[in-house]
Design a binder for this molecule. Structure first.
Ligand code: IMP
Length: 187
């Protein structure tokens, strides 16, 4: 249920990444990906729901033919701001990725536990190659070392919302990435 007292913009204490900076970086990543995957069978696999805006912007900046697929996972046993590493697949791939060059599109890598699970899962489906593109990287909290091929921004150890990222399922529609005011967590 949507809380009545939520003011999306007023709840943000600090804007970490402005809309313009995000869009410019997404275009750069897309140019790099277009060059790297030229002549290959690119499939972008995005992980709902947090990666939705990033995926939508990234794919429209990529200039080579590509397919997309969507997965949805939820981690359980954690809290609203902490991942547990126990991952449940809510929506699986729609098509086979056997022989495809798969690029997993993520919103944020925090502990790395979700990504670690997903990579093991996707590797079992025989892609020709499997790499990772994340909008945000929070290396300070990493529990599993995973090579990440494309990183939009490396950010400090703060819980962020906006541009797909949520707190209690809200704030995903903000066009920028920001840090919530501490009062929002305690209310
Ligand atoms: P990990 O398994 O700890 O790497 O967490 C990955 C998932 O936790 C992300 O895909 C997000 O859904 C969520 N998450 C981690 N950090 C943040 C954050 O700062 N804001 C919003 N969601 C986050």
């Amino acid at each position: 249920m949507v809380r009545a007292d939520v003011d999306l913009v007023a709840d943000i204490g600090e804007v970490l990444l402005e809309e313009d900076a995000i869009q410019a970086r997404v275009a750069e990543l897309a140019a790099q990906i277009s060059a790297d995957y030229s002549g290959r069978q690119l499939t972008l696999v995005s992980v709902l729901k947090g990666s939705l805006p990033f995926m939508a912007d990234l794919m429209r900046h990529i200039t080579i033919p590509l397919r997309i697929d969507l997965m949805e996972v939820s981690s359980y046993g954690g809290t609203a701001t902490e991942s547990s590493g126990l991952v449940r697949i809510l929506k699986d791939l729609s098509s086979s990725i056997d022989g495809s060059d798969v690029l997993l599109v993520e919103d944020i890598i925090d502990t790395g536990l979700t990504l670690n699970y997903l990579l093991r899962y996707l590797r079992g489906k025989n892609p020709a190659s499997l790499r990772v593109c994340t909008l945000l990287d929070k290396p300070a909290r990493r529990l599993v070392e995973i090579p990440v091929d494309y990183i939009g921004f490396t950010i400090p150890d703060q819980f962020v919302v906006g541009y797909g990222l949520d707190y209690g399922e809200l704030y995903r529609n903000l066009r920028f990435v920001g840090v919530l005011r501490p009062e929002v967590y305690s209310s």
